[in-house]
Design a protein around this ligand. Structure first.
Ligand code: TXA
Ligand code: MG
Length: 329
């Protein structure tokens, strides 16, 4: 069994020792749990790909504690700096140009000339990076293609003994993966929506920020967009206004008027067939609950998961992005 250890100064120290020796540690971040390895050690980074069953063409995010560390391996321009100052530490990942002679493993960025980087805000992640003294490559700590983990138990279910230690730091406060922004061109654009929205970024840079989510054909900019992601093992049906018999309900807001096609009301569903992302229809609360509630309803006895409409504004854009990927089988 994998060791799940509550994060404190001793366990963080132990985790740093494991990472120094080329091991893998699952760490809490404010977005989702990450599967960390020494980003300068190709053997350790290779173990991440193996543990997740992740295709080697899909690059990883490098986690650091300060801008100076970013400058060791990536070019940081003035716009990048403005974004960093506003959103770091936090749930923004920037794609920057790699410097040609750095200590960073080539495997981290899958041989690309760019690299993804972020300064997380979770205090355990920060303490772990500090204790290591090197950057940590960390994708979400789940099997490639399945739901991202927002609790230590999710990590254990998904990766089992493939990880040397799970640092437990509670549930993730944001619950969705970071916003990925390509900063290598003149104007940044969003490759993956997240907690930091297009509007948030526009306000800082004074220009409109577009999305390129790889869903409109053309060249795919982020290798992760090629993969089926965030998928439960039963069908997911979006914008449901009523329920088929046997379907579980992922609700948002009031379910007073939600009916089942046999004439019954959704309010009478058994407890294990219904979850409400946010009874008050709060999008931030919904984001926090999304992955764990999809897991709860992802049971073989359920025919599928019917999801009520989620407004496509603010962090709702990120929620709908994950739901669309989950529904796209
Ligand atoms: O919130 C998060 O971002 C979490 C926590 C642990 O930090 N990490 C995470 O990593 O979600 P991952 O590997 O599951 O997703 C990273 C995404 C992938 O879609 C990948 O293709 C993209 O970022 N990516 C990484 N490096 C890239 C690069 N150089 N160019 C374009 N996309 C890149
Ligand atoms: Mg992932």
């Amino acid at each position: 069994m994998t060791r799940i250890v509550v994060a404190n100064s001793k366990s963080i120290n132990d985790a740093a020792q494991i990472l120094k020796q080329g091991g893998l540690v699952a760490m809490p971040t404010e977005t989702v749990y990450g599967l960390a390895a020494n980003a300068n050690d190709s053997m350790a980074v290779a173990r991440i790909f193996e543990a997740k069953g992740r295709p080697q063409f899909n690059p990883l995010i490098v986690h650091v504690n300060d801008i100076e560390s970013v400058e060791q391996f990536a070019e940081v321009g003035s716009l990048d700096l403005a974004l960093a100052q506003r959103f770091w530490p936090g749930s923004l990942t920037m794609i920057l140009r790699r410097k040609s002679n750095s200590n960073l493993s080539d495997l981290v960025s899958a041989g690309l000339s760019t690299v993804a980087v972020r300064i997380p805000s979770h205090k355990t992640a920060r303490a772990l990076i500090k204790s290591c003294g090197f950057p940590l490559a960390a994708p979400s700590a789940n099997k490639s293609g399945s739901l991202s983990p927002t609790s230590p138990a999710h990590v254990a279910q998904s990766l089992g003994d493939k990880v040397d230690m799970i640092l437990a730091g509670g549930s993730c406060s944001i619950g969705l993966e970071s916003t990925v922004v390509d900063c290598t061109g003149k104007t940044p654009y969003i490759l993956r929506p997240g907690g930091v929205t297009a509007d948030d970024i526009s306000k800082i840079l004074g220009v409109d920020i577009a999305y390129d989510l790889g869903d409109k054909g053309g060249q795919v900019k982020s290798p992760g967009q090629l993969l089926k992601h965030y998928a439960p093992s039963i069908p997911v049906r979006l914008n449901a206004i009523d329920l088929e018999q046997g379907e579980a309900l992922l609700a948002f807001g009031s379910i007073k008027f939600m009916g089942i096609r046999n004439g019954d009301s959704a309010q009478n569903l058994p407890e294990d067939m219904i979850r409400n992302l946010s009874k008050e229809a709060d999008l931030y609360e919904a984001a926090t609950n999304l992955f764990s509630m999809m897991r709860d309803l992802d049971q073989p006895q359920n025919k599928g998961i019917a999801v009520m409409n989620i407004p496509d504004t603010g962090i709702g854009v990120a929620i709908n992005d994950r739901l669309n990927r989950a529904a796209d089988s």
